[in-house]
Design a protein around this ligand. Structure first.
Ligand code: 6PG
Length: 231
């Protein structure tokens, strides 16, 4: 696993260009780019910049998935899908068939199973054992969570299922999330994070302190990049 930490003075541009580079490489090698989007606030401007510079990309050969989703309808302000639709899909005119949405509005375990079945079907259609992302984008929460893998929650210990419903006591709510087995299958994982928000937490995670879920992301046969806002 190649690991790279980029401390950027021009985060939005650098992150969008990084995604663009990954897209071009995957399309050239496999005629498809499979990318999982992160939720939260940090990636929003990056998605819009990616839509702007990627205008000419073959969006029908790019497939978007989501690393996690809140258990809300797709038009809810909390929805990661809504954030991606507003900041990327609409701007880039991404066709609906290029997006796999986690149905946060239905029963969480059913939504998780449905999503995992969808990934398995897409993998099987290409003769693959598991759906392997070219790039998974992740964020880091102020407790060291990533996707919806929060400290002390059941999903952290899941080593078979690839997508699960995870109850998060601190929010008293359910989330749908990728698990480490799926995340660590990716060809490339990239964290987009603001180093100024909690520098000491970020350093602990970069040092590999496993009490923080983000520190447990380690692609088995892939690369790991951190692109950090550094003012
Ligand atoms: C979510 C995200 C979550 C997020 C972190 C950081 O659904 O909220 O997937 O893991 O990436 O909480 O969020 P910010 O970018 O808003 O700091």
């Amino acid at each position: 696993m190649k690991r790279d930490v980029v401390r950027s003075q021009n985060f939005v541009r650098d992150a969008a260009e990084f995604i663009m580079h990954q897209a071009r490489a995957a399309l050239a090698e496999r005629d498809q780019f499979r990318i999982a989007l992160s939720g939260g606030n940090t990636p929003r401007p990056v998605y819009s910049e990616f839509a702007r510079i990627g205008r000419e990309l073959p969006w029908d050969r790019i497939h978007f998935t989501f690393g996690d989703e809140r258990c809300v309808p797709p038009d809810d302000p909390q929805s990661n899908f809504r954030m991606a639709r507003e900041s990327l899909f609409v701007l880039a005119a991404v066709p609906e068939k290029s997006v796999s949405r986690m149905r946060g509005e239905i029963d969480p375990p059913i939504a998780a199973q449905e999503y995992q079945d969808g990934l398995d079907l897409m993998a099987a259609q290409r003769g693959e054992m598991i759906y392997r992302h070219d790039l998974i984008l992740l964020g880091v929460g102020d407790d060291g969570h990533t996707a919806s893998l929060f400290p002390g929650t059941a999903a952290l210990e899941e080593n078979v299922q690839k997508v699960v419903a995870n109850f998060v006591p601190k929010f008293d709510t359910w989330r749908i999330t990728f698990t480490f087995p799926l995340i660590n299958q990716a060809r490339h994982v990239c964290f987009l994070a603001n180093a100024n928000k909690n520098p000491s937490l970020l350093e602990k995670i970069l040092q590999g302190e496993a009490e923080f879920p983000a520190a447990r992301v380690a692609p088995a046969n892939g690369d790991l990049t951190w692109i950090l806002v550094e003012s």
